[in-house]
Ligand binder design. Structure first.
Ligand code: SAM
Length: 472
């Protein structure tokens, strides 16, 4: 039985409820009156239920679809402005004991080069990342209690935060590692992580069990209930996601929103972010074997519908997607992107020779961080390296209150401009620097509170004079 408050995976992600939701949406996909009502509700910016969002996803009235896209763009603008938060993944180890059918780290893959970074190698990777200009990382590792126990992850986090090279610093470490215990989540929290990220891959239990035949990840309930345990362990920013292409997208879209509703209602705070990865080619993985791939158009619609359904949740897109796709979804709702990413273990220091591939998936967007930053600026987006909320303790529902209070423009906007200015002074090419400085000058004028505006200008001048790390 569906119960949003239940702590049991099969009750808060209830199969029958999803099937009924899909049926309801199918029956109402041309119901103009209902679709209009749902769009009107979405305009209140308080979100939609999974059923309502599903009707919008299925809607096949062209005019109404255009209204959904327009609303998604407006909500994106109202909540996140023109800022785009930048991050990079850091692959620590690809040792893994799981049997995930779509991931080249699976245990049976004897072809992939297995690598695990030592603390010294992590130092070098982090210095390379700092020299690109990154301030925020997402740590990635396979699941292997012998090779990558939690102690290894904790030690790595400590190493990363301790590295100060030139003006560089990693100020927020998000972590994407396998589902674990409340006690371990508590240790991650104590180590100072930002968001704990874990993708569900698919919410369909039967399909999940087929795709994860062996290893600890094969336990659907343990995996699905991980975010509840993470929150019980004190982590208030969690990031969820589906790996689109593994299963029918409609099922997983409904599951994703039910998961968000569950966390909001049962744990008091919805997910901090939603990621929308699509399956990619990788070492011994051929994405065409999985016949649930989605078109770019459907992908864009999914992003737009998530945006209107959960306005307070940030949305992340990685370099799995091409420049062209990224450009489209930035408008429709994505608020965080990676840039200059390497998905191989040790890839920032040294490019791997072809015969030694350790990468998790092939990257579609191969541009450098500087190119990505320049591209964003040219499109009118402010690339932000801000990590202030987490460092000021504005996590979980406190972050959501800031978003809801409308004070974002007096807080996030100056923070974005100051961190962009640091990037420009320390790492940008001349061309990007010139475009960025011009942007900062214009964007400072958009800060509504005159006192904040003056202080931000003062801080920007201090950054130019060599000082670092200002924040509101
Ligand atoms: N090992 C951890 C786990 O199992 O959750 C997390 C880290 S894993 C390195 C990060 C994510 O990469 C996975 O959750 C999965 O969604 C995604 N991934 C795996 N294989 C992929 C592929 N072939 N294409 C795109 N993404 C993939």
């Amino acid at each position: 039985m569906y119960n949003v408050m239940s702590s049991k995976a099969e009750e808060f992600i209830n199969h029958e409820e999803i099937l009924e939701t899909l049926k309801y949406a199918e029956e109402n996909k041309h119901n103009e009156k209902l679709i209009t009502e749902i769009i009107e509700k979405a305009k209140l910016r308080k979100g939609l239920s999974h059923r309502e969002a599903m009707v919008l996803l299925d809607c096949d009235i062209e005019e109404k679809n255009q209204e959904i896209y327009a609303l998604a763009k407006q909500i994106k603008l109202d909540f996140y402005g023109n800022r785009i938060v930048m991050f990079a993944p850091l692959y620590l180890s690809n040792y893994c004991v799981n049997g995930c059918e779509y991931c080249p780290y699976h245990l049976k893959n004897k072809h992939i080069a297995r690598k695990k970074l030592t603390q010294e190698e992590i130092r070098k990777e982090v210095i390379a990342l700092q020299d690109m200009g990154h301030k925020r990382l997402a740590l990635e590792a396979g699941e292997d209690p012998v090779n990558n126990p939690l102690e290894y992850i904790l030690e790595s986090i400590k190493t990363i935060y301790s590295i100060k090279h030139k003006n560089g610093a990693i100020r927020r470490v998000n972590v994407n590692i396998a589902a674990t215990t409340v006690e371990n989540y508590r240790k991650l929290k104590e180590a100072g992580i930002g968001t704990y990220i874990l993708f569900q891959e698919t919410y369909n239990k039967e399909q999940y069990e087929k795709l994860h035949p062996t290893g600890p990840k094969s336990d659907y309930s343990y995996h699905t209930e991980a975010m509840d345990r993470a929150m019980d362990g004190g982590i208030d920013d969690v990031g969820i996601g589906v790996l689109f292409g593994l299963n029918l997208y409609r099922y997983d879209f409904a599951g994703l929103l039910m998961h968000a509703e569950h966390l909001e209602q049962a744990k008091g705070c919805g997910p901090h972010t939603i990621s929308v990865p699509r399956l990619r080619r990788a070492d011994d993985i051929d994405p065409d074997v999985f016949d649930n791939g989605i078109t770019d158009e459907m992908f864009e619609k999914i992003v737009a519908c998530i945006r209107v359904a959960v306005p307070y949740t940030g949305m992340i897109i990685s370099t799995r997607e091409s420049k062209e796709t990224r450009e489209k979804v930035l408008e429709l709702g994505v608020s965080q992107i990676s840039g200059g990413s390497r998905t191989s273990v040790g890839g920032y220091v040294e490019e791997e020779p072809e015969e030694e591939n350790s990468a998790q998936f092939d990257v579609s967007d191969n541009r450098t961080l500087d190119e990505v930053v320049g591209w964003l600026i040219d499109m009118g987006y402010v690339p932000s390296f801000c990590t202030a909320c987490y460092r000021e303790g504005r996590t979980g529902d406190r972050f959501m209150s800031l978003l809801k209070s409308g004070q974002i423009q007096n807080c996030c906007h100056p923070n974005a401009l100051m961190t962009l200015n640091e990037y420009l002074d320390d790492y940008a090419s001349e061309k990007v620097k010139a475009a960025g400085k011009k942007m900062i000058e214009a964007e400072l004028e958009k800060i509504p509170n005159p006192k904040v505006k003056e202080t931000a200008k003062k801080y920007i001048n201090s950054i130019d004079a060599g000082e670092r790390d200002f924040r509101f």
